[in-house]
Design a protein around this ligand. Sequence first.
Ligand SMILES: [Zn+2]
Length: 479
Amino acid sequence: MRTSIQRSITEKLRDAIAVDAAKAAAAGSRLAGNQGTSLPGKTAMAVSPDILAPLAGQVRRKIIAVCGTNGKTTTNNILCTMLEAEGRKVVCNRLGSNMPAGIASAFINAAHPGGHLDADYACLEVDEASARLVFSHVKPDYLILTNLFRDQLDRYGEIDITMDLLKTAIRMVPEMKLIINADDPLSVSLAEETGNPFVCYGINTPAGHAIEETLRTGEVREGRFCRKCGALLQYDFYQYGQMGKYRCPVCGFKRPDPVYAASDVVLSEKLHFLAEGLPVETDLKGLYSVYNLLAVWSFLREEGCRLLFPDADNAVITGAGPRIRPDTTRFNEILSHYHAQFGRNETFCIDGRDVVLNLAKNPTGFNQNIEAMLEDSRPKRLVIVINDNSADGKDVSWLWDVDFDRIRDQSIRAVTVSGIRALDMCLRLKYDGIEADLADTPEAAIEKHLREGSEKLYVLVNYTALFSIHQYLQERTRK
Ligand SMILES: [Zn+2]
């Protein structure tokens, strides 16, 4: 049980009014047909600016924040799904509205009128640049850091700025335990610099295209220099990006041995790997999914969640008794029912055809999405939509850091490009010898491919294109 927040009677009254006003605003917004994922939070914060504190203070067990460049939404949603499958009540910003107002909205949606919250856990995806603001109200018990890659340049600045923002935020909650990807030297150095307690997960054996990846020169590897001394890190192997098994030849900084390790990754129609030597199988795609699942696994292990220990008594799983091995049967079963949400490898069935929607908003994300798409060797079509609204970043130079040469693959029958920066995208593809059509709107691009072929259609979009295309595909599914 967390320490409850001390509020005066006036403050309590104000909190109650804030929650009720926010609920009314949300209901009004829904009637008007808007999703309004951050509207309730904005409304409540206008009435009671620190409303997040008394709401989060009511969470009975643990608050988990999920940060990192890629994989936040998926990791957070799978974690929430696992905890709910344990019969727990969970507050979660599932749609990835990850700034303070979006997080407040998640709490308000879960709260009863008047502000009473009945929740065991809160799983909160938190925007790295907003973490400081969020942690001044909410004190998470755990922070899962998925990875650190360069993201939208003009929004976050270079990766150093993001890391400094995160470091300041993490130090505000010194007892918060970090769950860190051992394979990412940037995450590990950040964890070491904060002084917070941390535990690592990682993949111990090279997976998928790791060997070939190690030889590639075009790949963006932001983190290949040692953060401590500036020397070039040496790698036994890369998984992707700067992730892999590294060490610094000068100062001795190296990949820590993960407490929660995966091995024997097989990327095919289904994804297989061993987590702590136990079999995990899922329909999720891509090597990045192994990392997302390992992050979830690490929390479940840290927390001694029953779903990994169906036959054990409490004393055993909390470490008081003889240690027993977890069991992945239930974990796999819950995963088999998990459906990717909101443009994270989300599949729609339209006119009998599979359409896969994927968010790809930075070079590493894009490379991983291409990789996951090519794991499926069947013929396919591809639509790419690139916008440059402020939430996307005005600077689209990052497109030059994506390995588009990989989509010159035989299985890809046709490519169409759309969005505000369709011309930049088309030019980018031309440099890799890929001919693409232009479509006036993303919808026209999708319809063209549905009309012209029966192959599976992949739609890769950046951030602001996601919402409208997601809605369009949902409506097309219902037709
Ligand atoms: Zn070094």
